[in-house]
Ligand binder design. Structure first.
Ligand SMILES: Cc1cc2nc3c(=O)[nH]c(=O)nc-3n(C[C@H](O)[C@H](O)[C@H](O)COP(=O)(O)O)c2cc1C
Ligand SMILES: O=C(O)C(=O)c1ccccc1
Length: 420
């Protein structure tokens, strides 16, 4: 037995690293230290990851990922909401082998975690979306591709291979373009359509504004548009030029398609249902009535999310809204969650409050900025190892056991970020 994590190992200290044993990453780190004198490239400390990324990345790219809307009130609220829930650990239970397997929308996945859709990954590292989609498949987590990507739908599908992939739609008002993206995604093996509702227009983001920088205005993160046959045809009809001959106008026009500055309405969801053969998940739900409406219009799931505090500043912490949304619609549609997850215990908390799965955002983006796809992989593996270990120490051996009886709500004056 291995004292570090209560798992079996051979006489050289090797432990299995397959998808049913995420905690092995912890032993791997100590072994590399012991035998090779190597310490992790990406810090394992959730409170230091952001600072390490800030140091490693160029200023504009860091500001883009690290920043949020307005004064950052919602980014803070996301973290504080996690701090108010605490785990009450159970003892003398056999938790030696933990099973992280989870069923989401009828499919079994090795863990409850997914790679959140994150745009313009080439500004963080040249490994970009294709690199992250490749390592997501290696770790066994579904990759959600953003519409605002620096790799195409088809390139990411190829890099992701046998992995699971979902497609996140920034929803144009142009139906022909919408249909074109959906049909490309379907053809390339994307299983679930995630429709982001909270970003039809970009929020007031002081860090980006003060640097006067948004990547996609320069044509970065427009790969899906620039490779879209319908967009290319429309552009040529209008300008008599190919997209490549006039990147400036092409970027502005694609941006106007996907961030139209005018929201859609509930009635329009029907168009997506008519053109997508598979589950649809609405991302960005915070109000219980919107969750009910989502169930009513017949989509299969929602992501309770405030976009990581990047859109409506002053909005409530995302975890705060999760319990009542689960109570209202949890038996009708699949409720997923994101915004503010930084540790394994955060994942346990979200699952215990009723989420079926969680999307992981900034942590692996920081890893990507620090050390490319290997860094993204290590940041994600670290989170999964922490989840695996924390489950065992809390006294549960499977994801199914996460429920509200594991948690106690407490408010201490010291409920704030630690400097660990
Ligand atoms: C740099 C960055 C880019 C993002 N791009 C997208 C996007 O293209 N589409 C989308 O639906 N969400 C996007 N998001 C939001 C994430 O999917 C997710 O909701 C958020 O990161 C969760 O918050 P957290 O990172 O604080 O955990 C982005 C987030 C970040 C940090
Ligand atoms: O920055 C974001 O949060 C986001 O969703 C986005 C917006 C535009 C382009 C790429 C990502």
């Amino acid at each position: 037995m291995n004292a570090i994590q209560g798992t079996h190992q051979d006489d050289k200290g090797n432990v299995p690293t397959q998808h049913d044993h995420y905690g092995a990453f912890q032993t791997e780190i100590y072994r590399r230290g012991m035998y090779d004198n190597v310490v992790p490239t990406v810090t394992t400390n959730p409170n230091k990851l952001e600072a390490q990324a800030k140091e490693a990345m160029n200023k504009r790219s860091y500001n883009y990922v690290g920043g949020g809307a307005g004064e950052g009130a919602t980014m803070d609220a996301n973290r504080l909401a996690f701090r108010t829930w605490k785990v009450v650990p159970r003892m003398l239970r056999d938790t030696t082998h933990r099973n992280l397997k989870t069923t989401i929308l009828g499919k079994e996945y090795p863990t409850p975690c997914l790679v959140a859709p994150v745009g313009v990954q080439s500004i963080f590292h040249e490994d970009k979306e294709t690199g992250v989609a490749e390592v997501a498949a290696e770790i066994g987590v579904p990759y959600i591709l953003s519409t605002a990507s620096s790799s195409t739908i088809e390139e990411v599908a190829e890099a992701n291979g046998d992995g699971h992939r979902w497609f996140q739609l920034y929803w144009p008002h142009d139906k022909e373009i919408t249909e074109s993206m959906l049909s490309r995604a379907k053809k390339s093996g994307y299983e679930v359509l995630v429709v982001t509702l909270d970003t039809w227009s970009l929020s007031w983001r002081p860090l980006d504004l003060d640097g006067a920088y948004v990547p996609f205005m320069k044509g970065i993160g427009d790969a899906i548009g620039f490779s879209d046959p319908v967009f290319r045809r429309q552009f040529k009809d209008k300008h008599g030029q190919e997209v490549e001959d006039n990147i400036h106008d092409a970027a502005l026009e694609w941006q106007a398609k996907v961030f139209p500055g005018a929201a859609h309405t509930w009635e329009e969801v029907q168009h997506l249902k008519d053109n997508w053969d598979g589950p649809i998940v609405l991302k960005g739900i915070q109000h219980v009535e919107d969750a009910r409406k989502a169930a009513e219009v017949g989509v299969q799931g929602i992501v309770v999310s405030n976009h990581g505090g990047r859109q409506c500043d002053g909005a409530v912490g995302s975890l705060e809204m999760l319990p009542e949304i689960v109570e209202a619609v949890g038996d009708k549609i699949e409720v997923l969650f994101d915004s503010g997850i930084r540790t394994g215990v955060d994942i346990i908390k979200a699952l215990s409050l009723g989420a079926k799965g969680v999307l992981i955002g900034r942590p692996w983006v920081y890893g990507l900025g620090i050390a490319g796809k290997a860094g993204a992989k290590d940041a994600f593996k670290g989170l999964l190892a922490d989840l695996d270990q924390s489950m065992g120490l809390a006294g549960i051996s499977s994801i199914k056991e996460c429920d509200k009886s594991m948690l106690r709500r407490t408010f201490y004056p010291g409920d704030r970020h630690s400097n660990n």
